[in-house]
Design a protein around this ligand. Sequence first.
Ligand SMILES: [Ca+2]
Ligand SMILES: [Ca+2]
Ligand SMILES: [Ca+2]
Length: 82
Amino acid sequence: SGSIFTKSPLDYEMERSYWLVIEASNQASRPIGSQIEVYVGVVNVNDNAPITEEMLYYASIPENSPANTPIITLVARDDDDD
Ligand SMILES: [Ca+2]
Ligand SMILES: [Ca+2]
Ligand SMILES: [Ca+2]
């Protein structure tokens, strides 16, 4: 038996999956072994904050403005794929 561990943190945005070739053999003087492939999928987590063009936005709106009055439009990019 054996277990597979990560050597370092994985990054979904860099590599989404791995095909590993696992080889096992006995300890005979003439070892007999075989291989199997293992698919490892990396699950995306929300590890990137959104990036906007400005660090800070100021907006103003007249009091008593009706509901659904647009206040500000900004564009953000997020390095988390999907
Ligand atoms: Ca990442
Ligand atoms: Ca994110
Ligand atoms: Ca991510």
